[in-house]
Design a protein around this ligand. Structure first.
Ligand SMILES: [Zn+2]
Length: 247
């Protein structure tokens, strides 16, 4: 095996490790967003509970106001009814009687309104209880989810340490000149600096290379780059020849 084949193989090995590292680092980078999502769900559940509680509070304020008002109005009617006995003229008597009837009707209407508000309060209280239960369920679930995320993060960081150790070893096998070329291309080409050519197709950009270049690659005695994506390319067949089939 030519020394260039060894160099390309070492570089391909490094590329595989770097791809795995990229993948795991993307997963790690997504952890805070997933955690924020879990925490946002708790905030939303708490807000829903607070809104329901605010509705109940509002209902309570309205009921208290109405009760006070109704109490005052009923006292007034009682006072008027007391005054009826002191009235001397039938005209005044009729006028006050009419006032009393109107006031009583108004009070009846408000009494109905109070009953409705009381019935509503019952429903609102059930709503508050339900939202409170949802909140405590969400909080418990969030705690479990955050713990799971932390565990996954620790496991992923462990994987990164393992890959970095492997990378340290792999780098030692790579030709230094080739390594800096690799790092330069990797930065510019979405993390992929070296790609096999299968048939005539560069697996880095999925475009075909000229036939003459494909022939050059077969010899595996020079470092070539893809004319389309500028990645280092090699013939998969020439660098990793299929094992001879047992005949
Ligand atoms: Zn290409």
């Amino acid at each position: 095996m030519s020394s260039l084949r060894e160099k390309l193989k070492a570089l391909e090995e490094l590329q595989q490790i770097d791809l795995e590292l990229n993948e795991i680092q993307a997963v790690i980078a997504a952890h805070p967003a997933r955690r924020a999502e879990v925490e946002a769900a708790v905030v939303a559940a708490r807000k829903a509970w607070e809104q329901e509680q605010a509705r109940l509070d509002q209902n309570e304020r309205e009921r208290r106001q109405l009760e006070t008002l109704l109490g005052m109005e009923r006292d007034k009617v009682k006072k008027w009814e007391g005054r009826l006995g002191e009235i001397r003229t039938p005209r005044e008597y009729a006028a006050l009687s009419r006032e009393i009837d109107i006031a009583k009707k108004t009070n009846d209407g408000q009494s109905e309104q109070l009953k409705e508000l009381t019935a509503q309060a019952e429903l609102l209280r059930k709503g508050v209880d339900a939202k409170e239960e949802e909140l405590s369920d969400r909080e418990a679930a969030a705690q479990a989810e955050v713990e799971a995320i932390e565990q996954r993060k620790a496991a992923d960081e462990e994987k990164v340490r393992g890959l970095e150790a492997r990378r340290g070893e792999a780098v030692k096998q790579v030709d230094p000149g080739l390594l800096s070329k690799y790092e330069n291309i990797k930065r510019r080409r979405a993390g992929i600096a070296i790609a096999p050519v299968v048939g005539m197709t560069c697996k880095g950009c999925h475009r075909n290379i000229p036939p003459q270049l494909a022939i050059t690659l077969q010899r595996a005695d020079s470092i070539e780059t893809c004319p389309s994506c500028h990645r280092i390319i090699y013939s998969a067949e020439a660098v990793n020849p299929p094992a001879p089939s047992p005949a």
